[in-house]
Ligand binder design. Structure first.
Ligand code: HEM
Length: 133
């Protein structure tokens, strides 16, 4: 992940965020990936989930500036671990693939290289969430 990647991804997130329904659409795609995902959100109200998804994205894009992503994500990783809301590692792959397909749908400048940059930027944080399980 390079400084160029971060700039490219933040610009893409800005273009996507101009569409009011971007986060809702991400949420819908994520829910459709697996009954495992749906089940984990069964008791969380939808408005809160949408706020959570936007927050999670802002955090993941912001934390790339931190020296040690493991430290800034530690509390969040603990919350998602088997000691908390119990999110097994493979659900992060659904999270990422739903996000990338939503970016493809909403960013008119999207191409394969842009999606690869998104993946490079988010991978360290995702690795850290999975490792905390
Ligand atoms: C890198 C990916 C993710 C990030 C950055 C992230 C971030 C967050 C944040 C910021 C919260 C709110 C914490 C709080 O209220 O203090 C949260 C809660 C939660 N997340 Fe994630 N999340 C991620 C992936 C996932 C995945 C894959 C699932 C699987 C279904 C999931 C399920 C949940 C649940 C169930 C809650 C608790 C909601 C509640 O009870 O209020 N998250 N997440």
């Amino acid at each position: 992940m390079s400084p160029e990647d971060i700039g490219i991804v933040q610009a893409s997130f800005k273009r996507c965020s101009q569409h009011m329904e971007f986060i809702d659409n991400f949420y819908q795609r994520f829910m459709e990936t697996s009954s495992d995902v749906t089940a984990r959100f069964a008791n969380v109200d939808m408005d809160h989930q949408v706020v959570m998804l936007r927050g999670s994205l802002e955090l993941m894009l912001g934390c790339v500036h931190e020296q040690d992503p493991a430290q800034s994500l530690a509390a969040l990783a603990e919350l998602h671990s088997r000691r908390g809301v119990d999110i097994p590692p493979q659900l992060y792959d659904y999270w990422l693939s739903s996000l990338l397909s939503t970016v493809r749908a909403y960013d008119h400048e999207c191409d394969a290289e842009l999606l690869a940059a998104w993946e490079r930027v988010l991978s360290p944080g995702i690795r850290c969430m999975k490792a905390g399980y």
